[in-house]
Design a protein around this ligand. Structure first.
Ligand SMILES: NC(=O)c1ccc[n+]([C@@H]2O[C@H](COP(=O)([O-])OP(=O)(O)OC[C@H]3O[C@@H](n4cnc5c(N)ncnc54)[C@H](O)[C@@H]3O)[C@@H](O)[C@H]2O)c1
Length: 732
């Protein structure tokens, strides 16, 4: 049996332009191969879309064809969607026209006079998904790379080439809203369950099956012509519940969806609301009107600051994909097995992630209990996936079998990289490094997950310091997307490149950071957390501080963050930072009292807040007494003041980090803050936020705070210089 790829390659090129080729089988089955020359992926630039337009005109005239299949010749990519750079740079006045043109092209596809079938293998997202939705039937391969969906919301826009209109008509309202408003992509099985693909087919026989399927439709009416309003019809029969929800219950579905969007976005993201409106107005009416609502909605979104910030985040992530983290000419080494020292919260999480990505992961601890905990924590994460049917039992068993544990170093000689996650204590880390070095070959790499300890100092204990590097994951490991890759004074660039590459292969976004106390993210969080504590000690209620920062867009407030990180862990980190920068990050002795009283945060279910199970239920009034404060205070400072006092010190510290080259560019800093702390993506990151405020205003506010509250607010000379020159951080 030939593979899909072989079949694709064997197909004779024919007709129109270079991106689209038509091959016609003897029985008049047409197969269109999409393969933009010179590009790794198929995507719709204006040129490709115009080409498709002409190609479809030709196809519409082909009265000899009995059915048509659309397939991609690119491995692992069906169609990656519209060219994001073109959307980002679209002139506001031309957006509506451009979108309408795309809709007309897809309308031509929908109206071809014979049955059409999309044979989807690989990414089928955004405009790619909308292409498939404009066809009569959709078959998808069972490849892991097959992902179908509409992620436009994540770029601050909405699916406007028919996505908001056709998906609800095909998959039904609840499933469509779930995908559109969540910006989701689904694997083939989930897409079938959601009702927007008709069949899931083993990848090697996708094209063959699509041919059989299309032949079975010779002479059948088009699905799109069967719908009363001219739009396509749903891919599967609706359940009674769906019929009710889409009929009399429609209003409830929309109002619930709106409430869920507002809860999730806190009103900071306009795109999901616009998308919801486009679906609501267009659903159940004629398709052309529905498409008109898409145009109106997207025209209001393109060019907004939120959209610009989200698009620029997308490009930063794309850049990281292409980078090695070091200078050109240095290549990463291949990693086949991963070792993890310490099977606690972080070690267990790192081993789970490595195994999840297919690496055999060997954990070592000094006690059996944490090892068992490591296995249990990994199993819990995978069981959740199993429950949600995102994983099969066989996959679950396969991943569990990649994990192994030991109390000695047996097996570590075969691990190309060992990630160290033992106690945050220099002497322990150095002792562990020495033990490890005595059992491994010269090529093995030691990556420390330390939060604050200098990599250069850890490496001083090594016989080969060049193989020691920092690989700083954030907690919880399976959720937080950032990894700081820290090079010490003697770290070999090949070692840095290998860890940068490994972080990407583990599904994370790495940022290279210089070896300095707190590295990048924790250092910037230092003055933020410190100031939050000071606000607390000045008598501001904890929930007011947290609410203000959540209102700003942070996922949790600073006091909540302290509870989540662990008050003991944060206290230790605070001491390291205070030792390095006593002026800007002084610690308050009141803080030590909390830890002394066993108030360690969420993990002890005793922190600033009260906990029931995993749920934070409300402020714990006794925390104030532990801090030496009286009764729980009433609101003091207005929210804007709380936000300024907490966010501006972060901006200032970011400026110091840039000045000291802790990170190479403001874009990388912004990326690290978004992925490491959840800094609101719609603000584009910390530097982008400062630029939006205006650096002159930032410096002025910092000076005012300096005069009122003390020298910790003194603006960084870097900021003062930029402000004086009328510049921004990003255009420095
Ligand atoms: N917890 C976080 O939020 C977080 C985030 C990022 C980085 N880190 C860093 O990760 C490291 C581990 O932190 P954690 O929170 O997982 O701590 P943890 O206390 O949960 O786990 C540490 C584990 O190391 C084991 N251990 C101690 N000495 C050992 C040795 N000689 N050999 C093997 N194992 C040994 C302990 O038994 C324990 O199971 C620290 O350096 C910490 O700063 C922690």
């Amino acid at each position: 049996m030939s593979t899909v790829l072989e079949e694709k390659l064997a197909a004779a090129p024919h007709a129109a332009g270079p991106s689209f080729r038509l091959a016609v089988e003897p029985d008049a089955l047409g197969i269109v191969f999409f393969d933009t020359p010179g590009e790794k992926v198929n995507k719709y630039s204006g040129t490709v879309l115009r080409e498709l337009d002409g190609f479809l005109d030709d196809l519409a005239r082909r009265t000899d064809l009995k059915a048509l299949i659309l397939v991609s010749s690119k491995p692992d990519i069906f169609i990656a969607g519209a060219d994001v750079a073109e959307i980002a740079n679209a002139e506001p006045g031309l957006v509506a026209e451009g979108v309408r043109f795309g809709q007309r092209v897809f309308g031509k596809l929908a109206n071809l006079p014979y049955p059409t079938v999309a044979a989807i293998d690989g990414a089928c997202v955004g405009g790619g998904c909308e292409t498939a939705l404009a066809m009569d039937w959709r078959l998808a391969s069972d490849s892991k790379k097959t992902q179908i969906g509409l992620p436009e919301i994540k770029l601050g826009i909405l699916p406007a080439w028919g996505g908001c209109s056709r998906l609800p008509r095909i998959a039904g309202l609840p499933a469509a809203l779930d995908v559109i408003l969540g910006g989701k992509t689904l694997d083939a099985k989930r897409a079938k369950r959601a009702g927007f693909v008709d069949e899931v087919v083993p990848q090697p026989i996708l094209l063959e099956t699509a041919k059989k399927f299309a032949r079975s439709k010779f002479g059948s009416p088009k699905r799109s012509n069967a719908a009363p309003d001219g739009g396509p019809v749903r891919a599967r029969k609706a359940s009674l519940q769906e019929v009710l929800l889409e009929g009399v219950g429609k209003g409830i579905v929309f109002s619930k969806a709106k409430a869920a969007v507002l809860k999730e976005t806190k009103g900071h993201y306009p795109a999901p609301l616009e998308a919801l409106e486009a679906v609501r107005k267009g659903y159940g009416g004629p398709l052309d009107k529905a498409l008109g609502y898409e145009v109106e909605g997207v025209s209001r979104l393109v060019g907004t600051p939120t959209m610009r910030n989200l698009v620029s985040l997308f490009f930063r992530m794309e850049e990281v994909k292409k980078e090695t983290g070091v200078a050109a000419g240095v290549a990463p080494r291949r990693v086949s097995r991963v070792g993890v020292l310490g099977a606690g919260i972080m070690g267990g999480g790192i081993a789970q992630l490595a195994a999840d990505r297919g690496y055999p992961a060997r954990m070592k601890d000094i006690k059996a209990e944490p090892l068992a905990g490591g296995f249990a924590a990994a199993a819990k994460i995978w069981k959740e996936k199993l429950k949600k049917r995102r994983m099969t039992r066989a996959e679950f068993a396969g991943k569990m079998s990649l994990l192994s544990g030991t109390l000695g170093y047996a097996g570590f000689d075969g691990c190309d990289v060992t990630i160290e996650a033992v106690l945050e204590k220099m002497s322990v880390k150095q002792a562990v490094l020495k033990e490890w070095e005595s059992v491994v070959p010269a090529t093995a790499i030691f990556a420390s997950n330390t939060s604050t300890l200098p990599i250069t100092e850890i490496a001083a204990a090594a016989a080969h310091p060049g193989r020691v590097v920092g690989m700083h994951f954030f907690n919880p490991v399976h959720k937080m997307p950032l990894v700081e890759v820290i090079y010490g004074a003697k770290t070999d660039p090949e070692v840095t490149a290998t860890i940068f590459d490994l972080a990407k292969r583990m599904g994370k976004t790495p940022v290279v950071v210089k070896d300095a106390p707190g590295f990048l993210v924790n250092r910037i969080l230092g003055p933020y957390i410190g100031e939050a504590v000071r606000l607390l000690l000045e008598g501001n209620p904890m929930e007011e501080i947290d609410k203000a920062l959540r209102g700003f867009g942070m996922p949790v407030g600073p006091i909540e963050l302290l509870d989540d990180v662990g008050i003991d862990v944060a206290t230790k980190a605070g001491e390291t930072l205070a030792a390095a920068w006593p002026e800007r990050m002084p610690t308050d002795p009141a803080f030590g009292k909390l830890v002394g009283n066993g108030r360690l945060g969420r993990k002890a279910k005793k922190g600033f807040y009260l906990y029931e199970g995993d749920k934070r239920t409300g402020p714990d009034p006794s925390a104030y007494a532990d801090l030496g404060l009286g009764a729980p205070p009433g609101p003091k400072a207005p929210r804007e003041e709380l936000v300024s006092r907490l966010v501006l010190p972060m901006v200032n510290e970011a400026a110091f980090c840039l000045m000291e080259n802790v990170v190479s560019t403001p874009s990388k800093l912004d990326l690290a803050m978004i992925f490491g702390t959840g800094f609101p993506p719609f603000r584009g990151g910390l530097c982008a936020h400062a630029d939006a405020l205006g650096l002159a205003a930032v410096v002025e506010s910092l000076r005012k705070l300096e005069s009122q509250k003390g020298p910790r607010f003194a603006p960084a000379p870097y900021l003062v210089d930029l402000a004086r020159g009328g510049k921004t951080i990003h255009a420095r």
